[in-house]
Ligand binder design. Sequence first.
Ligand SMILES: [Fe+2]
Ligand SMILES: [Fe+2]
Length: 140
Amino acid sequence: MGKEELIEALNKALGLELRAITMYAHYSAYISGIHRIHLSAHFNAESAESVTHAATVRSAIVKLGGIATTERDSTEIIHTSDYEKMLNEAYKTEQVAAKTYSTLLPIVEAHGDSELYDTLEAIYFDEQRSLEEMRMLLEK
Ligand SMILES: [Fe+2]
Ligand SMILES: [Fe+2]
């Protein structure tokens, strides 16, 4: 497992975090009606969590001597003021995040960096918790 492959996989995760920051901040601003009371704060917290995830992944790339991406993942951020659509988009976003970190972990393991492994595993658990939370909100 080469270092370049690891950097590439980390940059994929970073791009997804940059997208999540923007998507959740956008939804936090546009959520309207009675659901604004709780969902605005919830989306804001998800955006803030993505900022910390992005910072962790970025630092790992720097430590490896790579160039951290400044571009967000190209998956479109759907503009809506419909809270159910927002929750569905959030659910899909968390699904992709959880899957991305689960494929990243074996690459990090093969690279032999146990400290980075622990850090990224913690992010993976965050994504899984968020996914479960969205699933409950959507009653899926
Ligand atoms: Fe994240
Ligand atoms: Fe997330």
